[in-house]
Design a protein around this ligand. Structure first.
Ligand code: LLP
Length: 422
């Protein structure tokens, strides 16, 4: 579903013109379509009808309370990676009993908070973590439910920074040591083995890496059963990609069917941890052209034209960090000759760009929409250059409302202390 469409020469989010969003809330801002969020979640569910499953939205992709609340109301669970994300899920009304806790560095405090809340499962990523959790649970007189996150050593064929299932990544326990670690876990007094977990990377656009990983996981499950260790759930992680430009990721239905086919005949609950696929194309970042700075045509090198916009790498970090492509379109496209622009922000770094070589017909003051910004956009935003983080707006049909107010500059240094002279 595409919730962002041109109508009468203006880009709309559902039934609201993005120009009126900019006029009401100013720029830069993130704009989400509620219908697109609901549609994505429903599509994911549709592929799983009649199966014993749980969809745990990966909070890191977009931790907005409003979005967590929406998914929770549709029955979602959540994949968290910090105590902060747990607090968000609880504040948004999420069910702790549908929360899985991933991540390689869980602290004592985070373990305590998760045990107190009564989460569904800890995805354990190392032997030391397993021992720590057993001890923390013992101190609290609790039994901690666990899966081991195994590293199947398959190549997800994605950007190296977001590939997590290879041997040399920091994530998960090596496949070769998994059985021995499960045996240890099964013998620990304050640990209960529930499942097995695997996440091989993000923005994966082919089915085969998922299926290869699942084959390896299933062979492990069989081995464990033969040793009397029962695995009640298999968590296949997240990672399905989205279309940023011309990628053709598998449809949810094809993905779900392929996974369920491999699990046929097994009495096991299957869990998913999708992030990007549920929110990525449900959001855009809206920004305004502040200045056009045209290249000198006499320059011997190819002259560069710059469209300097009011959003920057601190608002949307993906282009600077991964050289990621986001489509950038004019909210009110102009007739006439296009020029090729570098779309850059005001931050003082040459890496501060949102797009290279974009053909657009622009004037100063024009609005641009940076598309596919619903995942890992606001969640990775920072205050670099003391820039307040953008507002977030939800559109629902012809309604629109703030789900996160724009930060105020004073808030950015409110916790700072200038020492008194000694
Ligand atoms: N589960 C675990 C354990 C994860 O580490 C991740 C993402 C997910 C689920 C969700 O993956 P997804 O379905 O969103 O692909 N900042 C990067 C993406 C980092 C992903 C990290 N882990 C980006 O902007 O592309």
């Amino acid at each position: 579903m595409n919730a962002f469409n041109l109508k009468n020469g203006t880009l709309y989010a559902e039934n609201v013109a993005l120009s009126s969003i900019a006029a009401t809330y100013a720029t830069p801002c993130y704009v989400y379509s509620k219908a697109a969020l609901v549609h994505a979640f429903e599509q994911f569910q549709a592929g799983l009808t009649g199966t014993n499953h749980l969809i745990c939205f990966a909070v890191k992709a977009n931790p907005s309370l409003a979005i967590l609340h929406l998914f929770a109301s549709m029955g979602a669970g959540f994949d968290i990676v910090s105590g902060g994300e747990l607090a968000r899920v609880l504040a948004a009304g999420g069910d702790p009993n549908k929360v899985v806790f991933s991540g390689v560095g869980k602290s004592h405090d985070e373990m305590r908070a998760a045990l107190k809340a009564g989460i569904l499962c800890f995805n354990i990523e190392s032997e030391s973590e397993l021992h720590r959790l057993n001890q923390v649970a013992a101190e609290m007189d609790k039994i901690a439910p666990v899966s081991l996150r195994v590293n199947p050593n398959v190549d997800a064929k994605t950007h190296p920074y977001i590939s997590t299932g290879l041997k040399n990544n920091k994530f998960g326990v090596a496949f070769e040591s998994a059985v021995q670690l499960y045996e240890q876990a099964a013998a620990m007094p304050n640990i209960a083995v529930h499942g097995v977990d695997c996440h091989i990377g993000s923005q994966i656009t082919e089915l085969s890496p998922f299926l290869d990983a699942l084959d390896r996981v299933l062979s492990l499950v069989d081995h464990l059963e033969s040793k009397g260790i029962h695995i009640a759930h298999i968590d296949v992680g997240g990672g399905i990609g989205i279309t940023y430009s011309d990628e053709m990721p598998p449809a949810f239905k094809a993905y779900a069917e392929a996974i369920m086919q491999k699990l046929a005949g097994r009495d096991v609950k299957v869990m998913f941890e999708p992030g990007r696929a549920l929110v990525g194309n449900a959001g855009v970042m809206l920004t305004k052209v502040e200045y056009l700075k045209m290249g000198n045509l006499d320059d011997a090198d190819k002259p560069k034209n710059f469209a300097i916009v009011d959003a920057a790498m601190n608002d949307l970090m993906r282009p600077a960090l991964y050289d990621a492509y986001h489509e950038i379109v004019a909210v009110q496209p102009r007739e006439g000759k296009t020029q090729t622009y570098e779309i850059v922000g005001p931050v003082c770094e040459s890496g501060d760009f949102l797009g290279h070589d974009r053909a657009l017909a622009l004037e100063e003051g024009d609005l641009l929409a940076v598309k596919s910004a619903g995942a890992y956009g606001m969640s990775m935003a920072s205050n670099y250059n003391t820039r307040p983080r953008a507002a977030e707006i939800m559109v629902d049909g012809d309604q629109h409302y703030v789900i996160r107010a724009r930060e105020k500059v004073e808030d950015l240094f409110a916790l700072e202390i200038v020492p008194e002279p000694r």
